[in-house]
Write a protein that binds this ligand. Structure first.
Ligand code: RB5
Length: 148
């Protein structure tokens, strides 16, 4: 069974989302499109929260979000326990977000990366494992600050 990877965007990321869906399929994954579907202006939290809930509930291991800067999507997704959404703009940051931070949601700033850059970032994020070790302790401490 191919791994299901939910992917969602607002209007700013909708074109790049289509490109990344094709890439995910070509790589053997099963992209699950949670919207949006057109150029009409929408509110990014309406798309970040449903995807983040799937990750938080353990329905999926990871997901991909896109908006203009990546920031709004990341703010919303990171409200969910266990979700570590990383705004990523280079393949090197994608690698470090996985190795050091165990980022389980990739957030792309659609207005600031090219399609080619976004595909490279996606591939690096998909292929890089969490390094564990001292990073496990640090990642565990992220949740300790919840509600304090
Ligand atoms: C939409 O114009 C824009 O605000 C949104 O895509 C995103 O950049 C928000 O963080």
């Amino acid at each position: 069974m191919p791994e299901i990877i939910p992917i969602a965007s607002d209007h700013a990321g909708v074109e790049l989302k289509e490109r990344l869906k094709r890439e995910l399929s070509a790589l053997g994954y099963s992209p699950l499109d949670l919207g949006t579907t057109g150029a009409e202006s929408v509110d990014y939290p309406d798309f970040a929260h449903p995807l983040a809930e799937k990750v938080a509930r353990g329905e999926v291991n990871r997901g991909v979000l896109l908006c203009g800067t990546g920031l709004g999507m990341a703010y919303a997704a990171n409200r969910h326990p266990g979700v570590r959404a990383a705004v990523v703009w280079t393949p090197e940051i994608a690698e470090l977000a996985r190795q050091h931070n165990d980022a389980n949601v990739l957030v792309l700033p659609a207005r600031f990366v090219t399609d080619v850059q976004a595909v490279d970032i996606l591939k690096r994020w998909l292929d890089t494992p969490f390094a564990g070790g001292r990073h496990s302790r640090r990642v565990a401490k992220i949740e300790e600050g919840e509600g304090t």
